[in-house]
Design a protein around this ligand. Structure first.
Ligand code: HEC
Length: 161
């Protein structure tokens, strides 16, 4: 036993040192991961702040949804019931001009919406679809009439033989 003692002591010391080395390694890795994450997060926050500044430079908070002479300035859409529903659902992929150039009936609007949902990645609009279509047909009615206007206020006269 007496000759074994130093050897077992050595083993104990080596084991303790290994444990300590392992612990140090763990601390190093954790610290490294923390640092990298921190840099990454700070970088992301910085990029987001730049993007926000760019948007704010174009339209500051006050002007973002400003209405001037009955027109929503940012999109050019008429200020009426349903405006913000249209702005938030219909102006993120293309300009509102594309909408106002197209004057359609409710039926054709519903078809256009269905087409965009099938082919262009437009989301389900739920109850908002009716609000949007009502806004469109009310404020941007189709110019072309399907048939001649009904005649009104006609003064008939008697034919004389
Ligand atoms: C997810 C993206 C997206 C959203 C949101 C979106 N659209 Fe579109 N829309 C498109 C794309 C893409 C086109 C095709 C553009 C082109 O042809 O240049 C299009 C085309 C159109 C057209 C032209 C159709 C034609 O026959 O030429 C109209 C009108 C229109 N959208 C209205 C709307 C309305 C109203 C909404 C809101 C309900 C809306 N869009 C929301 C993607 C979208």
């Amino acid at each position: 036993m007496e000759s074994n003692f130093p050897t077992s002591l050595r083993i104990v010391i080596i084991r303790a040192m290994l444990k300590l080395a392992g612990l140090l390694l763990l601390i190093l890795i954790a610290g490294g991961v923390y640092l990298i994450r921190d840099i990454h997060l700070k970088n992301a926050a910085y990029e987001a702040s730049i993007a926000k500044t760019v948007v704010e430079d174009t339209f500051n908070e006050e002007e973002w949804d400003k209405i001037e002479n009955g027109i929503h300035v940012r999109t050019g859409l008429i200020d009426a019931e349903g405006l913000m529903t249209v702005v938030s659902n219909c102006t993120s992929c293309h300009s509102a001009k594309l909408i106002t150039q197209n004057r359609m009936s409710a039926e054709r609007w519903n078809e256009t919406i269905k087409w965009m949902q099938k082919t262009q990645g437009l989301w389900e609009l739920g109850g908002n679809q009716e609000i949007i279509v009502n806004y469109l047909v009310t404020n941007y009615p189709s110019k072309k009439k399907g048939r001649r206007m009904i005649l009104e206020n006609i003064e008939w006269y008697e034919l004389e033989n």
